[in-house]
Design a protein around this ligand. Structure first.
Ligand code: BTN
Length: 293
């Protein structure tokens, strides 16, 4: 989602009230009693503008801030996406939120940390489907999808990063809420508004997202991060639109593989069955859904 269009709009529309479709978040309401938004959270901060909520929380993690801090921005000037891309959107047009997690505090072994990006994806698709009253699905690993007209479009995405010398994980979620067709960074992007969602109030969406993420994460930690015991794997497979599709995966380094997406393995990798019948797992890349099987 590389575009600086959103930033330009943000500069033109200086007053938060100049776009009535995009009211500001009520920061005081969200900050008050973070525990009500989920047992995991101990601080929720809302800022009008920052570079990247992920980068800000990574800095705080390095300073020793404990697990459970949440940072929400009304606008990001240097938002980051997966695979070294940028993430940009007009002020107050979406959700830009990051959370600081410390899975080792709960004794989750490193081998299971690869499930965190998928867990955050399940939390986001579950919460948004419920709160926006619109079906939201996942494209492996964690792109959020909605249907606009007949088309599957990218509604949002998740960027998880290690911080504090690998001791913390920053989980960032970006969701296009009120973006209009002429504001989309790429034609394959969508928004809740374009998908015809009856609910687009960002505060309602954020509350449900934080509540669901807290619940899923605490359950996963209680099961030592085992994706099968905690039924995370099952939930992921049921929400992932990639499974059962013929896909092309563009791998880092300009190579690609094609095949049928048949499963997600114990490490959260996508298992592809190639035309030869051979199966192999990919751990990173851009998936293109070619067609259903
Ligand atoms: C993707 O490329 O699909 C992931 C996009 C993640 C964007 C979010 S917005 C909040 C958080 N802060 C960032 O800089 N990025 C993530």
């Amino acid at each position: 989602m590389a575009s600086d269009r959103g930033h330009t709009l943000g500069v033109v529309s200086e007053s938060p009230w100049s776009d009535l479709d995009r009211p500001p978040l009520r920061a005081a309401q969200l900050n008050r009693d973070p525990g009500r938004l989920g047992a995991l959270w101990n601080s929720v901060d809302v800022v009008v503008e920052t570079g990247s909520t992920n980068s800000d929380l990574a800095d705080l993690a390095t300073k020793g801030v404990p697990q459970g801090a949440v940072l929400i921005a009304e606008e990001q000037t240097h938002g980051k996406g997966r695979l070294d891309r940028t993430w940009s959107a007009p002020a107050r047009s979406g959700i830009f939120v990051s959370a600081l997690l410390r899975p080792s505090d709960a004794g989750v072994p490193r081998d299971n940390w690869s499930w965190i990006p998928l867990l955050v994806g399940v939390a986001a698709s579950t919460a948004l489907s419920r709160a926006a009253e619109t079906p939201v699905r996942l494209k492996w690993p964690n792109d959020l999808l909605v249907t606009v007209g007949e088309e599957e479009r990218k509604l949002g995405g998740i960027l998880t990063e290690l911080a504090d010398n690998g001791r913390a994980v920053i989980a960032g979620v970006g969701v296009n809420v009120s973006l209009r067709e002429n504001e989309l960074p790429v034609p394959t992007a969508g928004s809740l508004a374009l998908a015809g969602a009856p609910v687009t109030d960002r505060e309602i969406l954020l509350r449900e997202l934080l509540r669901t993420l807290s619940e899923l994460y605490e359950e996963w930690c209680a099961d030592g991060g085992d994706p099968t015991a905690t039924r995370l794997r099952e939930a992921y497979l049921s929400q992932c639109a990639t499974i059962g599709k013929h896909v092309r995966v563009l791998l880092p380094g300009d190579t690609q593989v094609v095949g049928e997406a048949v499963d997600v393995d114990d490490l959260g990798r996508l298992v592809l069955r190639e035309p030869s019948g051979a199966e192999h797992a990919v751990s990173a890349g851009d998936v293109i859904h070619v067609r259903g099987v």
